[in-house]
Design a protein around this ligand. Sequence first.
Ligand code: SAH
Length: 353
Amino acid sequence: MSALPGEVLKQSFYDLNYADLEAVIKQNDLNQSVAGILFNWHYKKKESMQCRDNISKSSLAFFEKHFDFSLPEIDTVQESSKDRTVKFLFKLKDQHKVETVLIPFNNKYSICLSSQVGCAMNCSFCFTGEQGLKRNLTTSEMVGQFLQAWRWLASNRPGEERILNIVFMGQGEPLHNFDAVKKACEIFLSQRGTSIGVQKITISTAGYIPGLKRWLQEVPGVNLALSLHSPFTEKRNELIPINKKYPLAEVLNYIDAIPLQKKQFITYEYILIKGLNDTADDAKKLGALLQGKRAYINLIPFNAFPGSRYESPDLIEVENFKAILDTFRIPTLIRGTKGDDVLAACGQLNSKN
Ligand code: SAH
């Protein structure tokens, strides 16, 4: 990002977790109470710097001088006419664009955040993968997607500004941008701010082992979802090319080592693609692989996108697949396709245009 002449590039306030903010305050001899006040404004009340009652003029001036409080700009908003799904296209400072989706459930929302511009994983069924990786998102750009979506709800659907779940299932591979995603989680979790419960955050991965190695120590308690898509090596290699470097068996070893809370599961996502991974054999092998694990399977019928090479199976095939998994006693949900009329369903996010 290049600064305009005369412009000093400031650090974004929304890149700071609570400990970072306290450190800034200490280094600059400001009043310690400022950290709590700022987190309360920005993350609990979600107001901007306009609200300046209980903070000294000098502290305020310091933050205004040294920090950037801008958020990613909303470029377009598409509201589904079938359900209440909302898809946002955000414009970032360097003109790159990313998408975010609000998914409704009983007047509350889950938010699906993007973690990268594009993605390096190159999965053969994914629209985002076609873009390649442009760059990682910063923590503030992820936190900013949340805050802007919240503010949009507050002004467009007043009373509905309740975003209770956060899923990193938008564009990008979150574990490939571990540091920034981790810090965004720390901000969401902070009791001084949005105070999202740890079990309300889910990070989805294609099986990126360098990130899984850090999971236990660095994001304890956060939910994990693995995009599994095939228990067979050759098919998984075709669908998720990083399987050649990070094979499923090894990925599962890391995942099995994660201690789970009561009622906590690992989610295994399985896209069903007609004629490719939707047969009885696939279901049996998948069932055998996950039997006995604290597993929850999300079956996602493939969502088509412009130019996609695969097809979605018929509903009866999806139901047959689930019936086989039921015999293994693995809880399985057939995921609906909320928001597909605005290309907001899984794998339909692509913001290159
Ligand atoms: N990189 C992460 C998160 C992004 S994808 C991951 O791979 O998990 C989020 C979910 O959408 C994944 O389960 C992914 O496999 C699924 N998905 C991607 N493209 C899809 C498509 N065309 N149809 C249905 N689901 C898709």
